[in-house]
Write a protein that binds this ligand. Structure first.
Ligand code: ZN
Length: 466
């Protein structure tokens, strides 16, 4: 039995690991690598293996850095089954097609630019058709129900509490009379995240674990301040007659924000502000959330039973077409606008920022991670002028950064979660999905907890599971 690290080893994006049991190859995740353009192109187009050699794929959750290269795998000849939870399958259906749409548009844009320079046209990484073809291979499996997916390979999904449908795929592997239990945290969420359940460690002893480490060296702010801070922001902005603009990821963060606005509404603190959700992907994702009550936590189930679904907040106005989105520019009275993309690098939020950030009455509310060199990061750092669509705009709006939201466990939450695994049975822990300081920080923390054999694997490195 072998385990090879393909992606998100010594880095965060492009999650992918390869398990070999009884001569069969099982790929865990097939994510898109996101970095500098040339490197991303190279990594995403060329796998470290032959796509036709892969027998089965297991997908931890729908985020594109875990699922986004599946259409490429299928395009390159993979014909096996792709196993994931039911909600992940539904979210992947919208996210893979959306990702393909972006790939097609990007290739079109670059080809047009190349033409002017007499350079050849470029092909998209994959097309919407490739994404749809990949979806034909999905098989969804409920949480907690074991299924044999390959000879000697039994798979069970446990909840990882990260986004709707997210899982910790857990395996019982049998080869030559030996039994090994192996788990992959996937992306690990935080306890008490609204709507979804808390992360659950597999109840059986695990011999080998792959864990994420995004915040392996950092701590988040507590969630209990959220309602107070949000309410203050709304009051201040309304007093100035301004709008509140929120760049938000379509899956997860948007629904979480709707949930908190519902809480404010209950306490009469929403000031009857209309909330515009200006993102077709976020609208589709919210509908998918509604279809999967089996993923909800006790509080959310109770609210639905009492006919008080937080995802059906009456102040929310869904904006699907471009024409409707443009009309939001004409609004004169205070309102809340949530739009993608999460880091303001693309999507409709850029138009709203261009139209509104020079007005000191408005507020830009940052509720997510902003990577370096993104428009979101420049706003977060309160640069005096920012470029949007090639034009300079003065940044006069108030900028508020709320660090209370994260879909990833912080250092203490990671240590507390992994600390529940049986140390005597654990043979190795592999740390992936983190920058250098995070992986090393978590390695130290886990070693201090008493785990031995805590590794930070390199890309392409293989370990034998014995
Ligand atoms: Zn994720």
């Amino acid at each position: 039995m072998n385990l090879t690290f393909i992606g998100a080893a010594e880095g965060v994006t492009g999650s992918s690991h390869l398990l070999e049991v009884n001569g069969k190859k099982i790929l865990l995740d097939c994510g898109l690598y996101q970095g500098k353009r040339a490197e991303s192109e190279e990594r995403n187009r060329n796998f470290l293996f032959k796509a036709t050699d892969i027998d089965v794929v297991v997908l931890s959750h729908a985020h594109t850095d875990h699922s986004g290269n599946l259409p490429q795998l299928v395009k390159n000849g993979f014909t096996g089954n792709i196993f994931c939870t039911q909600a992940t399958r539904d979210l992947a259906a919208i996210m893979l097609q959306d990702s393909a749409f972006i790939q097609e548009k990007d290739a079109e844009f670059i080809s047009k630019r190349n033409k002017k320079k007499n350079l050849p046209a470029v092909e998209p990484l994959y097309t919407i058709e490739d994404a749809q073809l990949a979806l034909e291979s999905f098989i969804s499996l409920p949480y907690h129900k074991p299924l044999t997916i390959s000879e000697g390979v039994e798979l069970t999904f446990f909840d990882s509490g990260h986004i709707l449908g997210s899982s910790t795929p857990t395996f019982t592997l049998k080869e030559n009379g030996k039994t090994i239990r192996f788990a992959f945290t996937g992306d690990l969420g935080r306890p008490d995240t609204p709507i979804i359940r808390d992360p659950e460690p597999p109840p059986m002893p695990i011999h080998y674990l792959i864990t994420e480490s995004t915040y392996g060296n950092r701590l988040h702010k507590p969630k209990d301040e959220v309602e107070k801070v949000l309410s203050d922001i709304l009051q201040r902005t309304v007093k100035r007659g301004g709008k509140i603009l929120i760049p938000a990821f379509s899956v997860g963060r948007t629904q979480e924000m709707i949930y908190f606005f519902h809480k404010l509404k209950e306490k009469n603190l929403l000031l009857d502000l209309p909330i515009y959700i200006d993102s077709p992907l976020a609208i589709d994702a919210t509908n998918i959330y509604r279809l999967h009550p089996e993923c909800f936590d006790t509080e959310m189930r109770r609210q639905i039973a009492e006919n008080d679904n937080p995802l059906k907040l009456e102040n929310v106005i869904y904006v699907r077409t471009v024409a409707e989105s443009k009309k939001l520019n004409e609004l004169k009275s205070p309102c809340i606008i949530l739009a993608g993309s999460g880091m303001a690098e693309g999507g409709r939020i850029r138009h709203h920022l261009a139209n509104n950030i020079s007005n000191p009455a408005n507020t830009v509310l940052i509720v997510g991670y902003m990577a370096e060199n993104t428009l979101g990061r420049r706003i977060l750092e309160k640069e005096k002028t920012v470029n949007i669509f090639g034009e300079a705009h003065e940044l006069n709006a108030e900028v508020v950064v709320m660090n209370n939201f994260s879909a990833h466990a912080d250092r203490n939450e990671l240590l507390s979660h992994i600390g529940k695994f049986d140390k005597k049975e654990m043979r190795k822990i592999f740390i992936v999905h983190g920058e250098d300081a995070a992986t090393h920080g978590l390695q130290q923390g886990l070693t201090d907890l008493g785990f031995s054999g805590v590794e930070i694997p390199k890309r392409g490195q293989t370990f034998e599971l014995v």
